[in-house]
Design a protein around this ligand. Structure first.
Ligand code: CDP
Ligand code: MG
Length: 139
């Protein structure tokens, strides 16, 4: 993947609260094109593997349990400067610190249940996209 793609998930809180449509609207409005998307659910094992990098952190157990608690929407998004622009669109991890108008400021409940995931580098975007969409046709 070449700097113009990122990976996102609408997390279980966002799906459960009925915010899939509103969040996708913000994503489209910001100029991202959806090149792959699915409604799916992570097993504890898959959630644990996805967030492996955070294994040593105090919140890891809670994060894995939350991320496997209900359905999510996973998607690959395309736009110039996708990774950085998407991080800007979602706002800070802690919604209390997220800029007004960002997806997390609008829809996140807490630092843990924060509505959306966004990749933090081109390298991780490629890894995370492959984790969910290996073998899937991209549009
Ligand atoms: O998602 P983001 O890249 O903004 O944050 P992160 O530092 O990579 O952490 C991954 C996820 O772990 C966050 O989005 C939160 O859901 C959760 N987390 C948490 O529950 N408590 C923290 N103090 C930090 C992160
Ligand atoms: Mg992160």
């Amino acid at each position: 993947m070449s700097g113009n793609r990122t990976f996102t998930m609408i997390k279980p809180d966002g799906v459960a609260a009925g915010n899939i449509g509103a969040i996708l609207h913000k994503i489209n409005e910001a100029g991202f094109r959806i090149v792959a998307m699915k409604l799916t659910k992570l097993s504890e094992e898959k959630a644990g593997a996805f967030y492996e990098v955070h294994k040593a952190r105090s919140f890891y157990g809670e994060l894995v349990s939350f991320m496997s608690s209900g359905p999510i929407v996973a998607a690959i998004l395309e736009k110039e400067n996708a990774v950085a622009d998407f991080r800007e669109l979602i706002g800070a991890t802690n919604p209390a610190e997220a800029k007004p108008g960002t997806i997390r400021a609008l829809y996140a409940k807490s630092i843990g249940e924060n509505a959306v995931h966004g990749s933090d580098s081109d390298e991780n975007a490629a890894i995370e996209a492959a984790f969910h969409f290996a073998g899937t046709e991209l549009f």
